[in-house]
Design a protein around this ligand. Structure first.
Ligand SMILES: Cc1cc2nc3c(=O)[nH]c(=O)nc-3n(C[C@H](O)[C@H](O)[C@H](O)COP(=O)(O)OP(=O)(O)OC[C@H]3O[C@@H](n4cnc5c(N)ncnc54)[C@H](O)[C@@H]3O)c2cc1C
Length: 215
């Protein structure tokens, strides 16, 4: 792991891109030479709101637009609980290897059409709210069947009120077993609108208390 220490965000990203290009290992994907990304952590000493590197590299017209409109732009967004599909996989890549020679992980397949439908509904609602609030121009990405490889995966061993509808009871005990407990993000029935770690920790503590009381 490389740690990059810089004073500004713009310098950090620029240096990160340079390091990836310079230190990334050669790899081959489907017969094509590629660069494997090096692991980099960024430490910005004193983030500068009027970052000189960004100012130097960004399109002056866009920068000018951002300066003029900064106080008039907002966003409306919402989380979509993705529905699992049988053909969406995380698998080991047949060709690309990491620096220790191990196959890297990759995702294949598509998301569920219902996930796209929900995302479209949220996009439509967001547009309605923005228009009602007086928005003059709206931008947005059209939801697609593409998989998202994001950081809040959850729900692979959902808790439930009955054995028929989920994997564990409300304390994370796997239905049909006395002494097998799950205590991680897989218990979540949905992920809610906020980051999940505190909920994961709270459920872990609850399961721990329950185990301690019941032994
Ligand atoms: C880049 C990033 C940023 C994030 N930012 C936030 C944030 O700001 N706020 C927030 O609330 N959440 C954030 N999250 C999400 C949060 O980190 C995860 O939801 C949470 O850590 C999941 O907890 P977990 O216990 O379910 O799984 P993990 O934390 O992944 O724990 C699983 C553990 O099991 C171990 N393990 C796996 N397989 C085996 C095995 N076979 N044998 C033994 N051990 C094994 C792993 O090594 C790991 O330690 C972020 C995630 C990422 C990736």
């Amino acid at each position: 792991m490389t740690i990059i220490e810089t004073e500004t965000i713009g310098d950090a990203w620029l240096e990160t891109a340079r390091r990836i290009l310079r230190d990334g290992a050669d790899a081959v994907y489907d017969g094509e030479p590629t660069r494997e990304l090096a692991l980099v952590a960024i430490h910005v000493g004193a983030p500068d709101p009027d970052d000189a590197t960004i100012a130097r590299l960004a399109d002056p017209e866009w920068l000018d637009w951002m300066r003029r409109n900064f106080h008039h732009v907002t966003q409306a967004r919402g989380p979509v609980q993705e529905i699992p599909t049988a053909d969406a996989h995380v698998e080991l890549d047949r060709y690309v290897r990491d620096s220790r020679g191990r196959p890297v992980v990759r995702m294949s397949g598509t998301t569920h059409i219902e996930t796209v439908r929900t995302a479209r509904y949220i996009k439509h609602k967001a547009e309605e709210w923005l228009l009602a609030a007086g928005a003059k121009q709206i931008w947005g990405r059209e939801p697609t069947l593409g998989l998202s490889g994001h950081q809040h995966q959850a729900g692979t061993a959902r808790m439930s009120a009955t054995a028929e509808t989920g994997v564990t009871d409300k304390f994370g005990r796997v239905w049909g077993h006395d002494n097998l407990f799950v205590a991680d993000g897989s218990l979540h029935v949905t992920n809610g609108g906020f980051n999940p770690v505190l909920t994961i920790m709270a459920l872990g503590l609850r399961a721990g208390d329950h185990i301690a009381r019941s032994v």
